[in-house]
Ligand binder design. Sequence first.
Ligand SMILES: [Zn+2]
Length: 257
Amino acid sequence: MRGNSAAPQHVKQLGAIHEPVTAWPKTVLTTHCEYSRMRWIAPLLPAMALLSACGSVVPEASERQPVARSTAVLTPRPEARQCLAQLGMTHANFTPVPDRYFERGCSTLNSVRLASLRSDDATLALANLGPVTCPLANTFAAWARYGVDRAARQVLGSPLVRIETMGSYSCRNVAGTARRSGHASANAIDVSAFVLADGRRITVLGGWRQGSTAERQFLRIVHASACKRFGTSLGPEYNAAHANHLHVEVNGDGFCR
Ligand SMILES: [Zn+2]
């Protein structure tokens, strides 16, 4: 993975919980939540109680399912645990999701749901984002902070507060091929717009060719930054299908269009 700068390690942020916690395997405890609480709470407490206590958004009782129904057993590999720990250090707000296989070639493995990211001094909201693999989440977090936010400040004079997307996971092929898209493994995000603290909303569709000089420059810097960090970065110059979004994906070897 490229371009992930180390974030401050002295603060552990609590994560919001956005899915029924009882749907998770008990062994999925590798969140910042775990690190901040495991030291203090008696190990005999049920794991689910720990998770419930961590989030600011806890599902209603009616959404919960008995723990006994959860048959998935996830034993994160060391590199997966390391990835989640790294993501926690970026102060991203996220929830791990259990490994799942769908149709042929489609899966969400070692994935998380991102609720928000952090820039240098602000929370970055996210819109329409589904599950993403942990390596993608880390690269996305670094890009948002060091690529997008800083470009917004320098070129447009206002910090980034929100990234709007057209989704991440989708069981589909690359258009016109029999090959699975990076979206089919939650390894790609389609980014459609950036919202700044001053209220401006720069869309890829409206800003790439028809935005102000500064907006067009901003979008090109953001795209170039993506090319340095992601394995594949596609924008409006690639083809008409990408006129309204930037496709960023961890797969690939620097394919940049
Ligand atoms: Zn895409």
